[in-house]
Design a protein around this ligand. Structure first.
Ligand code: ZN
Length: 268
């Protein structure tokens, strides 16, 4: 079985004690690639160091996370840094996507304008560079849909394409259909699908398997049966099992198709 964890923060300090073991456990479960979304300059070096140390398994992204825009007077400098990294990656490194970027109004609504500006700027960078995006959305779906509809259309008018993954998708089938209607979007399904009364479990049953990629978002959003503990990339196998159950497919089939989807989107 070959799995891809399309959203792993295994470079985070939560793994400083046992990162090597966590990578080995992921390999044992058949996880072939980990895609590493960036957050902000505080963790760039960790991300880059891991991607350089594990070039076969770990594929880095570059982007500014929406919550790193909040209360950050230097966010425009951070944005310029992202652009420089994408234009000129460090020696021996290739970024596979622009992420994670997006909108997060959960913690505060005081920075809506700044978050929107940073998000739109990064969507345009990605379209210009023909790279996929990894999108984080929390408590901001209406704005997200409107921006993606407009930006996908804008890119197409310019002969560019805006495409990518809606990471940690935990919304309804209705929203899935709306997003599908506006372009080449995949849906990152993670630990939330294993939770009781999960809205997204019902949505997954209705989604085409060709539209799904698997992820952990480790160290967060730990799937059952490890819920409450630190998440890690090996646990993407539990997400795979749950999606298989919901789709009436074998885990091997789900692994094969979702890994193919991830390879296509991120050019792996
Ligand atoms: Zn993340």
């Amino acid at each position: 079985m070959q799995l891809i964890d399309t959203h792993s923060h295994i470079y985070a300090e939560e793994f400083d004690e046992d990162r090597g073991e966590a990578l080995a456990r992921a390999r044992e479960r058949g996880v072939e690639y980990l895609l590493l979304p960036a957050i902000d300059s505080e963790s760039h070096q960790r991300l880059i160091d891991l991607a350089v140390a594990e070039p076969e398994m770990c594929r880095p992204m570059m982007g500014l996370h929406p919550t790193s825009v909040n209360e950050n007077p230097r966010w425009r400098e951070e944005l310029a840094m992202v652009e420089r990294y994408l234009a000129e990656p460090p020696e021996g490194l290739k970024f596979c996507g622009v992420g994670e970027i997006g909108l997060d109004y959960y913690w505060s609504r005081d920075y809506v304008a700044e978050q929107r500006e940073a998000f739109i700027a990064q969507c345009r960078m990605a379209a210009r560079l023909d790279m996929p995006v990894a999108i984080h959305t929390r408590a901001a779906w209406e704005d997200m849909c409107e921006i993606l509809e407009a930006e996908t259309a804008r890119a197409a008018e310019r002969g560019e394409r805006l495409r990518g993954v809606l990471h940690a998708y935990s919304e309804s089938a209705e929203l899935y259909h709306r997003m599908k209607g506006c372009g080449d979007w995949l849906f990152g399904i993670g630990g939330v699908v294993t939770y009781k009364k999960s809205v997204v479990a019902a949505a997954v049953a209705e989604m085409a398997i060709e539209d799904i990629v698997l992820e952990t978002d480790c160290p967060y959003l730990t799937p059952v049966p490890h819920r409450g503990k630190r998440n890690e990339s090996a646990y993407v196998s539990h997400v795979c099992d749950k999606v298989a159950e919901l789709k009436g497919m074998s885990p091997e089939q789900v692994a094969e198709i979702t890994s193919h989807n991830a390879r296509r989107m991120f050019s792996i």
